[in-house]
Design a protein around this ligand. Sequence first.
Ligand code: 5AD
Ligand code: SF4
Length: 458
Amino acid sequence: MIYPKTVYIHTIGCQMNVYDSERIAGGLMPLGYRQISEPESADLVILNTCAIREKAEQKVFSFLGRMAGLKRKNPELLIGVGGCVAQQEGRKILDRAPYLDVVFGTHAVSRLPALIHQVETTGGRLVDVALSNTIQESPADTISVNPDQISRFVTIMQGCDNYCTYCVVPHVRGREMSRSPDRILSEIKTLAESGIREVTLLGQNVNSYGTKEGLCDFSELLTRVNGIDGLLRIRFTTSHPKDLSDDLITCFNRLDKLCRHIHLPVQSGSTRILSRMNRKYTRDTYLDKIDRLRSACPDIAITTDIIVGFPGETSVDFEKTLSLIRQVSYDGLFAFMYSDRPNAPAARFSEKISEAEKAERLQQVLGLQEILTLEKNQSLIHSVQTVLVEGVSPRMHASEVGHEAVPQWYGRTPGHKIIHFPEPERLSTTGNIGRLKKIHIEKAFSHSLWGRPVSQEE
Ligand code: 5AD
Ligand code: SF4
């Protein structure tokens, strides 16, 4: 196939957008588009947007401003905007950005090639932000894998029915819908045959996968993915604490490819705030799930999301978040300052917290976690960890970690921690990348570990 045209795809936001951008790239190939990594010489620029927090949304218009400059130099350039901001704003974005050619919503990814084809042939400006009640699949033959990729995201469900009061997702991604297990399995088989060794199954609430449609449940889906030849590791994100079943917990012991890591967003340590957030669990029921996870699987890594400064969050509520973080002792966390989102009910809640107070609380959460992460990492010194090798460390020089003048490689543990290790270059000819390797940990830093391989190959 000859690709006479080029597309630059810019992705803002979550892993689901990364997955959709891969679908966009694959879907445009039959139209003759090849992906490039800079927008300057592109024939088509696609911006895949995120509306989850105010900051993400601000990035959209600053990027579009830059693209307007490119279009002035090259009036033939086509520009499309997709994702959650496109869904939220619809046709209004065309007024705000008169140089845009296509606006496509969160359910229109599979229709984008037809939209682009139409603009190329007949011109005009098109908007497709229809939300449907069935999953819009891309054709199976548009899956493409980059030769140096070993890890991929696979969306297993879209939308969300939980209506947390701060969240825009149910409004921009629609109702929860699960993909068929057969489609998911055949996609992962194709990926594994093309060299992918690790998949992360994605959804807003993966542990309710299939229940609404009466498909197989999430544990059964994981069991079937575990049987795929060539695949070495399975991850998933995100889980809602209210739907974390004992059955899923047993999977961490039962399935050899499933990484012992769970991302279990708590958002707040105060039951009062959790109730205002409509999270449907309490501090105690959350902590009970953590106990169950740790009793079944003591070495499981647990990470979380925290929102600071939710409307009405007092200093007593915030202290409860800090104490929960200490009690669970997370392996890592993402913390965000609450921001009002259009359509989300909390935007109308009173007792808003000032930006300065939110920033102060954010720093406290991040500072506490920094200490906990370092402690966790230090506790791994002298242990043996298995990494899936990702590549040669671009920034780590031998002098930073010791005396070895040999390349430093890196990979991740099942708990998603980065480990750097030295290995003579000649070994790379056997293809280090994409292999599992056992590493004896000798040093711990706040964001990574360092060790030496204990054997040549697993
Ligand atoms: N403000 C701040 N953080 C938010 N998140 C979702 N909505 C908001 C909001 N309005 C965070 C939650 C969620 C993560 C993906 O983004 O912590 O788990
Ligand atoms: Fe948003 Fe809550 Fe659904 Fe997550 S579970 S996407 S936070 S509504």
